[in-house]
Design a protein around this ligand. Structure first.
Ligand code: SAH
Length: 242
């Protein structure tokens, strides 16, 4: 396989000073200590200049393992959560991945650093525009869209991986349909005013899905008309047929 090109060809030395690199290396050590064992994911987190996703006044806090406000009532996910979801997604180079909830664009950049062909949908146009400017500044190759990601992105389907970075009340059925066979959907599921459990649903065949449930997290809610407002009529879990 050809070597992955550098994920951020336009990132300059001035934009990523030794102090930033040092803080980032410390963050990676912290994630490893917290149990993130996927070396490719740790390398990807170690490659993304998270401080550039923050307002200059907050940049010194960018490598704390915390979520932060990014405007429009939304947050940039905690690095542990980004690493955890990325590891569950198990994305390999050149695989096509859909992210629902671009937000700051940070998670999208981690997926780019993993070598994925990244498509990311954001409901809030102002956040998408800001992420677009930042990804352009880094030279990161990802396709960004504005819309309701709970409906997926039929024009780019099927996906080898779908990563939802907002909490869904139920698994959006459109996302199941847009998984290729062997594809993984990683989505936090639970009430919007409480905790969500991380779910991974693997499409085993055209008709069979296998569901696994992991740790609890707190995400901002998945919004939009397709965002689980309807009861999920498609049965998943075990090897139920749809
Ligand atoms: N992945 C982001 C974190 C995003 S927070 C990052 O790395 O910074 C969740 C995001 O999901 C918010 O930006 C919110 O506006 C967005 N969102 C919520 N519901 C959505 C929907 N139905 N479709 C697309 N984006 C949605």
């Amino acid at each position: 396989m050809r070597p992955a090109p550098t994920p951020f060809p336009l990132l300059t030395a001035a934009d990523d000073a030794p102090v930033d690199q040092g803080r980032r290396a410390a963050l990676v050590r912290q994630l490893r200590a917290r149990g993130i064992a996927d070396e490719r994911v740790l390398t990807a987190v170690g490659a993304v200049p998270r401080h550039l996703f923050f307002d200059p006044g907050l940049a010194s806090q960018a490598y704390q393992d915390k979520a932060f406000p990014i405007g429009a009532g939304q947050t940039i996910s905690q690095p542990y959560t980004v690493a955890y979801q990325s590891a569950l997604l198990g994305v390999k180079p050149h695989e096509r991945v859909l992210e629902v909830g671009t937000g700051s664009g940070y998670q999208a950049c981690v997926l780019v650093a993993l070598g994925a062909d990244v498509h990311s949908v954001e409901l809030e146009p102002s956040l998408s525009a800001r992420a677009r400017r930042l990804l352009a500044r880094l030279g990161a190759r990802a396709a960004l869209y504005v819309g309701d990601g709970a409906a997926g992105l039929p024009e780019a389907a099927p996906f080898a991986g779908i990563l939802v970075t907002a909490g869904a009340r139920t698994v959006p059925p459109a996302l199941l349909r847009q998984l290729g066979v062997g594809g993984r959907l990683v989505v936090p599921v639970g009430p919007s005013d409480g905790e969500q459990r991380m779910h991974r649903i693997v499409r085993e065949s055209a008709t069979e899905f296998r569901q696994e449930i992991f740790e609890a997290f707190r995400f901002v809610p998945l919004r939009g008309s397709s965002a689980g407002a309807q009861p999920n009529s498609e049965r998943i879990g075990g090897t139920n047929r749809m």
